[in-house]
Design a protein around this ligand. Sequence first.
Ligand SMILES: C[S@@+](CC[C@H](N)C(=O)[O-])C[C@H]1O[C@@H](n2cnc3c(N)ncnc32)[C@H](O)[C@@H]1O
Length: 239
Amino acid sequence: MLRAGNPEARLSGVRRRALIAGLGAVFAGVALAAWWQRPRLFAAGYDRLCASAERGWMGERRAALLDAARGTVLEIGAGTGSNLDHYPPLERLILSEPSPHMRRRLANRAAAAGLRVEVLDAAAEDLPLPDDSVDTVVVTLVLCSVPDVGAAIAEIRRVLRPDGRLLMIEHVRGEGRVARAQDLADRVWPHLAQGCHPNRDTAAAVAAAGFSRIEAERFVPPERVGPLIPHVAGTYRPA
Ligand SMILES: C[S@@+](CC[C@H](N)C(=O)[O-])C[C@H]1O[C@@H](n2cnc3c(N)ncnc32)[C@H](O)[C@@H]1O
C-alpha cells in the first residue's frame, strides 16, 4: 500500500490529474471544433435527419405543393435539394442557397438527377433578380431561419410577377401552451439548428406583407413532437 507523503503515491496523484486535464482538453477541443464546424455538420447531417419524414408525410406534402409550380421558378434556401424530386417539368429553375456546404450538396444532387438548374449564392433578403421576373417562388422550412423575415418576404414580393404564386411549407407558431413551449425552446434551438426559430409566426408575416391565401392548410406532423411544431402548407398570391 502507498501512503500519503510517499513519493510514488504523489506521482500517481499527479498522473491522475494530468490524465483528467488531458481528457478535458481533448473534449473541449472536440466540442469547440464541432461548434466551429456546425454549418458544415448541419449540411452533412440534414438529409439523414429528415429521411423518415421525407419518405412519409413531408415528401407527400412537397409533392402536393410543388405540382402547382409553373414557368420560371425560384426556390429560396433550397438546402440539399429535398424538393428537386417533386417538381413538374419547368421553363427555368433557379435555386438560391447562401450556405456553401448546402450549396455544394444541392448542385451535386441536381447534377445527379440530370436537372438543368441555376444555383445562386444568395440570401432571401437580397435576391439578385429583377422585379417581376419570377412566376413561382418556393420556400420550404426556410422562413423560420432567415435573420430578417420581413425583408425576405418583401424581396419575394418584389421578384414575383403580379400574377405569380408563392408556394410555402413552414413550421409556425402554435397557440397557448404550445406557443409558450416554443418560446422556451427558442432560447436554445436557434443555436443548435442554424438559426431556426420554432416560435416564428410566419403565416401572419406573409399575410402582413400583402399576400393573400389561395389555399392553405394548417397541420400537425404525425411525429412524436408534431403537436409542438404545427406547420402550414399553402399557396399565396400578391394581394
Ligand atoms: C432547414 S433548411 C431547409 C432546406 C430546404 N428548403 C428544405 O426544404 O429541406 C433551411 C435552409 O435555409 C437556408 N437559409 C438560412 N438563412 C437563409 C437566408 N437568409 N436566405 C436564404 N436561405 C437561408 C439555410 O442555409 C438552409 O439551407
